[in-house]
Design a protein around this ligand. Sequence first.
Ligand code: FAD
Length: 381
Amino acid sequence: MIYDYAIIGAGAAGSLLADALLSDPHFKKRSVLIIDRPGNEYKDRTWCFWSERSHTLAHLVSHQWSEIYAGDSKNPTFQSIAPYTYQMIKGVDFHNYFRPKIKDHSQLDWVVEEVTAVTEMKEVVKIETASETFEAATVFDSRFDYELLQSNKKYPVLQQHFVGWFVKTDKAHFNPDQALFMDFSTPQMGNTRFMYVLPTSDREALVEYTLFSHETLELEAYAKAIDNYLSERNIVGYEVVATERGSIPMSCTPLWERQTKRYIPIGLAAGWAKPSTGFTFDRTLVRVQRIVEGLKRDESLLRVQRKDRFWLYDLLLLDILDRRNEKGAAIFSRLFRKRKPQLILRFLGEKTHFFQELSIMAANKPFPFIAAFVRRLFRGF
Ligand SMILES: Cc1cc2nc3c(=O)[nH]c(=O)nc-3n(C[C@H](O)[C@H](O)[C@H](O)COP(=O)(O)OP(=O)(O)OC[C@H]3O[C@@H](n4cnc5c(N)ncnc54)[C@H](O)[C@@H]3O)c2cc1C
């Protein structure tokens, strides 16, 4: 049998794409194959994003915050982000909602195996696992290969790497309406380092030590930083009830350009992570929608992601952090000090117009960005 569509990986991108295809009457006669390797139940992550309106995943949101702070002060002053809220979806809730919903469709086959090879032939794409071979007319692939990024020398590759502890305290220490988005008051040690604190009650919070840098740290270094941070704030005798750990690629390498008519990378594998921040989830929702619309209109999917002006802004910031990794705290702190958080969130969400972007750029000292741009002229875009 030749499937109309095969999706490799049922993570965020694969599940959202499968659900969008299977729920749309336009595709009701199309056969869909999902292949995901065993054991991924998404207990290991939470996804956060900001949104200004009710959306299709609103019922999965476990907590939301109406105020945020980003900066380097030891005494954060939180600001309202209305009409946005910052929202959290737990991976396990996402998994428990989408798996049965997707599997309920009769035109779907779900195979639990590790994909070992994908080969594009003239009319079909061949997908191999250890025990079977499948064929599909179009394949969406969410296997992320870090080496592909590393092998491209034209663009810098950093990582947003972090360890987060879900802590429970015996006294009230947190405000569940306030998200500490980026607390740069933590020692920078030559990198861009910050604490990300998301309280879900006055005694519970996700406390995450995060870096934008080239190399990950030993596990103990993240643990020590979180413990120091909490004890400096007189939060002692806490219990760590769960942990999360991750490394999200930060690169402008256009991974999506590997796309052909039949083979389409998706998710992190297609460079959908925002290069300057690592935010991916919200962008995945948007790009999945673009794929579905493109398929319905029988259009090229090359428009799903492009090198646009936001890509260029991200590139300049990454070029700066690549050469001077310690600069991030000053750049982000200054930006949040000088501009309203709503404007910054709109900019990071790539929904601003050019004059708003000029205002964002004017918030920081121009020299590092101009120098990065000139260097890029020689290196190529
Ligand atoms: C701990 C953590 C927290 C994060 N928090 C946020 C956040 O708050 N906000 C945000 O915007 N982004 C966040 N991200 C980044 C991003 O949203 C997630 O990494 C997201 O899961 C990426 O979606 P994806 O579909 O590209 O990859 P994944 O969700 O990782 O899915 C890839 C799928 O492919 C499968 N797979 C891989 N190789 C094979 C193979 N050979 N054969 C078969 N299947 C295979 C995997 O099993 C997996 O199911 C976070 C990431 C992590 C790790």
